[in-house]
Design a protein around this ligand. Structure first.
Ligand code: ADP
Ligand code: NI
Length: 195
């Protein structure tokens, strides 16, 4: 698929955790969540492939403007109706500050769940430390009541909240398992700190 080739090439070696493998996992998870729903797999797949291209956390040299993303969809001959659905998803799925925007369409809800699932569990933990490393943020700051600005603090700021934000039933089930693993990880982390 041309879209796949473009995104793969563009995000190759991206260093903040938005690399091609993240996109590929989100696409796969999203297509799994489509099963047993009426969602349009084409919209879901393209939105999953394009969802992070204009994310503000993307490395500067990789970040595209919203207009460039839309132009890319035009270049790929995506119809105007499909394009506006895909752009709606890209515009709404990100977790920003208190931003708890939920996309209006089932396709958007699915992509948002898939993106959130990839921020949870073993993969989510790995991504958190890679992101923190890319910013020079420490692993953990035991002196701080709030755990300071650290990778461990990010679990409380975001990762442990994601389970409660899932849109779809299938997503909720997958989130339960990943959530439990993160709790186990934190328990073990603190135990090792005390030794
Ligand atoms: P996405 O858009 O793919 O949902 P984000 O752009 O929010 O994810 O972040 C990319 C990855 O980096 C995610 O796994 C996220 O949990 C992690 N991350 C985001 N902010 C921080 C932070 N302040 N400290 C550590 N990890 C972070
Ligand atoms: Ni993402």
């Amino acid at each position: 698929m041309d879209a796949e080739r473009f995104v793969k090439k563009h995000l190759d070696k991206e260093g903040s955790g938005h690399d091609w493998l993240h996109i590929e996992r989100v696409r796969k998870l999203a297509l799994k969540l489509v099963e047993e729903t009426e969602a349009d797999a084409f919209i879901v797949e393209l939105a999953a492939l394009f969802h992070d291209l204009s994310d503000r956390k993307l490395a500067d040299d990789k970040r595209m403007s919203r207009l460039e993303v839309e132009d890319m969809l035009i270049a790929l001959s995506v119809s105007e109706n499909d394009r506006s659905q895909i752009m709606h998803i890209i515009d709404t799925i990100s977790f920003r500050g208190t931003g708890r925007t939920v996309p209006e369409t089932i396709e958007g809800k699915i992509v948002q769940d898939a993106d959130r699932l990839d921020a949870m569990g073993a993969i989510g933990i790995a991504r958190t430390f890679v992101y923190a490393g890319s910013r020079g943020t420490p692993i953990y700051d035991p002196g701080e009541q709030t755990k300071g600005d650290s990778a461990i603090q990010h679990f409380y700021d975001k990762l442990l909240k994601l389970k409660g934000l899932m849109n779809t039933e299938a997503g909720k089930m997958k989130a339960e398992e990943r959530h439990r693993f993160m709790e186990l990880y934190l328990d073990t982390f603190y135990k090792e700190c005390e030794r």
